[in-house]
Design a protein around this ligand. Structure first.
Ligand code: FNR
Length: 395
């Protein structure tokens, strides 16, 4: 198809659809089953209206904020997405550099096609240009899938501590992989020249090829990633395993994939420092709440426990963020930051690091403009008074 000059995130998505190979594009774009939750993540933002304030001198807008004590320039950050080198050969390194230049937070996936060490090095090699009025710096967190092999999980935690990651983001919504029909039909697999780089070490040689050899011959053909998860990821995972991770590391812990007040309570009681409200971009249980609809009850619990335990507990959101006003609505409803999954991949597909930077810049400009037009000069100005839920029906 014809490529367009992107002026918004939807343009980058359209270009990616026109340029990526089918195996990769289907893996990136898909949600589980009927993809109801995938659609709802975006639709739900449109069911919320903004309440702007006027005549408040919005000549200067700052989006600077802090995440677990680290200052970043923007609350627009990068979710972990697996296998970024299918979108661009520089993959995770390109994303790390774009995060460095924007002084934002990147979460690296366990299933990256670049090692944790090489990814963060690429980011840290970017010279940081200081701004006189800002102490913002790039920030890297690591997303952890807990493997059957706990020794492998522990080795990985030691590696990322040493490499300089500042938090562990434990994904808790994936005891099994959601059923993504396009990947089943494509018998999705990682292209041969790429690997799940963090696991192909001397100590743990868990390769996709090994898994495939064991599974695809006997069973009905399916996504090789689904088979990989069955063979490697521990579905017995429970809160006591989060406590185990807590006991072996000093890194702050963020649980990713919480959608209810009940689970938010459990996370707070275990002492987690952050909660990432996420439905995995609609790729796991289809039919769950849109993340923006789940956010208020989680924020409510986190605020309660912050007071009770006299410590900050931060709440973040990902899923369906495509416009500046989406970011504004999430921040107004109590998210400290938002994270982007697919838009990063579409930025990579556009032009590697530059494409990710372009994507972020477009969204950042939209956020700054919408904050100004809503009468907010800083993220601290934003609150529930800026939004209104109503009987609006579908957009
Ligand atoms: C993901 N996501 C994800 N999450 C995670 O914890 N570990 C992972 O390895 C991956 N991999 C992954 C691959 C792809 C292709 C996608 C689209 C998503 C989920 C991701 O972190 C995030 O929750 C969603 O992508 C957010 O939704 P949006 O921004 O894509 O709408």
């Amino acid at each position: 198809g014809q490529l367009i000059v992107p002026v918004c995130l939807a343009d980058l998505e359209a270009n990616a659809y026109a340029s990526l190979p089918k195996n990769a594009l289907d893996y990136y774009r898909s949600g589980a089953n009927d993809m109801q939750t995938l659609r709802d993540n975006q639709d739900a933002f449109e069911r919320i209206r903004l309440r702007p304030r006027i005549l408040r001198d919005v000549s200067k807008v700052s989006t600077e904020t802090t995440l677990l004590g680290h200052t970043v320039r923007t609350p627009i950050c990068f979710s972990p997405t697996a296998m970024q080198r299918m979108a661009h050969d520089e993959g995770e390194k390109a994303t790390a550099r774009a995060a460095a230049k924007a002084k934002t937070c990147m979460i690296l996936s366990s299933w990256s096609t670049t090692t944790a060490e090489d990814t963060i090095k690429a980011g840290k090699d970017v010279p940081v240009v200081p701004e006189s009025d800002s102490s913002a710096l790039p920030l890297y967190w690591f997303q952890l899938y807990v493997y059957h092999d706990r020794a492998a999980a522990e080795r990985l935690i030691r590696r990322v501590e040493k490499a300089g990651y500042k938090a562990l983001v434990i994904t808790v919504d994936t005891p099994f992989l959601g059923r993504r029909l396009a990947d089943v039909r494509n018998v999705f697999k990682l292209p041969n020249h790429l690997t799940m780089a963090n696991f192909e070490t001397k100590e743990s040689n868990i390769t996709m090829a090994n898994v495939l050899e064991k599974t695809q011959t006997t069973q009905q053909k399916e996504s090789s990633l689904a088979a990989y998860v069955v063979s490697q990821i521990d579905p017995t995972l429970s809160w006591k395993d989060i406590a185990w991770v807590r006991s072996i590391t000093n890194l702050p812990i963020v649980v990713k994939g919480v959608l209810t007040a009940e689970d938010a309570k459990a996370a707070c009681e275990l002492g987690c420092e952050g909660i990432l409200v996420s439905n995995h971009g609609g790729r796991q249980l289809d039919g769950v709440l849109a993340t923006i609809d789940a956010l208020p009850e989680v924020v409510h619990v986190a605020n309660e426990y912050s007071k009770k335990q006299n410590r900050p507990i931060e709440v973040y959101l990902d899923g369906g963020i495509r416009k500046g006003t989406d970011v504004l609505k999430a921040l107004a409803l109590g998210a400290k930051a938002v994270f982007l999954g697919r838009p990063v991949l579409y930025g990579l597909a556009h032009n590697g690091e530059e494409g990710v930077s372009l994507m972020l810049e477009l969204l950042q400009k939209e956020l700054e403009l919408s904050m100004a037009l809503a009468g907010c000069c800083s993220t601290a100005d934003l609150g529930p008074h800026n939004v209104q839920f109503g009987p609006y029906g579908s957009p």
